[in-house]
Design a protein around this ligand. Sequence first.
Ligand code: SAH
Length: 401
Amino acid sequence: MESIVGNLFLKPGRDKSIVRHHPWIFSGAIKRFEGDLQPGDLVAVRAAGGEYLATAYVNKRSQIQARIVTWDANDVIDDAFWRERLVRALAWREQLQLSAETNAVRLVNAEADGLPGLVVDKYGDYLVMQCLTAGIDSRKQMLAALLVELLQPTAVIDRSDAPVRKKEGLPLTTDVLYGVAIPDEVVITENGLKFAVDLLNGHKTGFYLDQRDNRTVACARRYVADGDVLNVFAYTGGFGVYAAVNGARSVVHVDSSAESIALAQANMRRNGYHRRQDEYVVADAFQLLRDYRDSGRQFDTIILDPPKFAHSQRDVNRATRGYKDLNWLAFRLLRPGGILATFSCSGLVSADLFQKVVFGAVIDAGRDAQIVQTMTQSADHPVLLSFPESAYLKGLLCRVW
Ligand code: SAH
């Protein structure tokens, strides 16, 4: 059994966010630690006067020096505690009945599932973990064993190669924690469509599961049928495959990575699209959209799903300029009545700010647009109300004239 090995005393008046169940404790809020604490060790979080507030795991190397695992002084943090948290997360995915729709699901969404620092995605019979903090990294064998017991997967892969681990002083690694002989690709089925996922080398854990619902929404037949679709930041080609299936006349996939474009093309073929009118372009999106503008090329639907532009508060201004530029270009390339599905996965850019940026872009493009739907991450990526940082993905479906 693990035990609490020390104390964390907050500065006077810094207990408010913790009482309101925000799970992060930054260095600036901490008066002192008590005990010989190794990264990942458990402490009692105490108000300046000594009163118990929560139990957290610590990492003094990180800006976020402690992450809370419970606010209940009676909780014993043993394997059964972690098991119960996993069971609770799995029960929600069961309730969602996603198996009718897909065999690729986010099972654990870190802080939002009461498991700070842990992500678990399921791809068919394979599980892929991301251990993003020292607290989870030091418990990953135990967590993997619990996942094996609960889900009997073929393998558990640890994709702990996310750059955020550097902020925790952790190395970037990819390991197989359970099972052997991981195939080069696993083919998943999402809404009847097939996608190859590279579990060991793909982005994040292999596939953008958070966009599942948005692929259905933005590339619905009513928006894409008989139209020319531009899928910018294509990666696996996800949005473009949905567009083709729903009757798009042509789909142009754009990505700066040749490997991603090859994957997009392979996924189009896998779903029966070998068409001459579809294009696969390896290019910088900012440059290519400018070239299309200069040559007068037009589209009926554009999808903009860029990577995260803002990694820290310092990046936010630059990120908003990037979003504005892209959206401005996209608005200029749309035919009257055309649809723009535009996304930001930067948690630091709020939905409000993003909407303002898109608004600025449409004005500068000399167009007008309606928001016909707002989009967010799929329900297997829940957002904790006390932790708004867990709402990172936002999208606007706009109709332009
Ligand atoms: N829409 C995809 C996910 C996109 S991830 C899906 O649904 O799966 C972001 C992608 O943008 C990555 O594949 C990355 O290679 C690509 N990318 C990053 N910077 C780029 C740029 N400047 N121009 C074009 N593509 C870029």
